[in-house]
Design a protein around this ligand. Structure first.
Ligand code: 6PG
Length: 225
């Protein structure tokens, strides 16, 4: 079974997952800014968080004290529709220009990983790391077949099973350098990975979140219902 530090919530549907995620982020931001004068959030890639980003964008937040980072990026042109920075573009534009830390993935995996590592090292620990879950139990750009480097702040990926193959992302050390994690899983295609994770399988999502505080928000379909 997964550790008890994570609080699992089965939500009504994907929209409810998004609403609850946006509220948890809003609360974490208010607490972080009150305590430390800034809120450091790592954004998840993929499609699940899109509704969360739209809700955050529409909300009233102390944007001037937000800093946004990306958990991973696809090595595509900066304007490519499948870039995670494009999927989160509206939200990234809400914060001051110097506070939107996109990954220069157009440089290629190694160069982008090298360029982003000092930014991550300086920012850690984060306040919230937002994560999706892949059908194989991957998260960010950490995939089941990879040997996970526990020391590297960033990782260069060339053979990702989820296209595109060339990616760059935060390493295990960076994704775990956070006060809390917030994992989102929606839809029946995530049920197998979620079930294996809950049964104790050694998946990247399990390695990243083990022992950390935070929430897992999922709909009934992803929970295997
Ligand atoms: C990416 C993401 C990846 C994603 C999961 C879930 O760049 O693709 O970082 O880890 O979070 O694959 O993706 P969906 O939310 O699109 O199902």
């Amino acid at each position: 079974m997964t550790d008890s530090a994570l609080r699992w919530r089965i939500c009504v549907d994907g929209a409810d997952v998004a609403r609850q995620a946006a509220e948890l982020i809003r609360r974490a931001a208010a607490a972080a800014i009150a305590a430390r004068g800034r809120f450091r959030l790592v954004l998840a890639g993929g499609r699940t968080p899109r509704e969360v980003y739209a809700l955050l964008f529409a909300g009233e937040h102390d944007w001037g004290h937000w800093e946004l980072y990306l958990g991973d990026e696809r090595c595509l042109a900066p304007s490519h529709a499948e870039r995670n920075s494009v999927l989160a573009a509206a939200l990234l534009a809400r914060v001051p220009a110097g506070a939107a830390h996109v990954i220069p993935a157009e440089l290629g995996p190694e160069a982008a990983a090298q360029a982003y590592a000092p930014i991550v090292a300086k920012a850690a620990p984060f306040d919230v790391v937002l994560l999706g879950v892949g059908e194989d139990g991957h998260t960010a750009s950490l995939f089941p077949e990879q040997v996970l480097d526990t020391a590297a702040w960033t990782v260069a990926v060339h053979d990702a099973p989820k296209p595109p193959p060339a990616r760059v992302g935060l390493g295990l050390r960076a994704l775990r350098a956070t006060r809390e994690v917030l994992v989102l899983a929606v839809g029946p295609d995530k049920a197998d990975a979620v079930g294996r994770w809950r049964a104790g399988a050694d998946l990247p999502i399990a390695r990243v979140t083990a022992g950390l505080a935070g929430h897992v928000l999922l709909d009934a379909a992803a929970a295997g219902g």
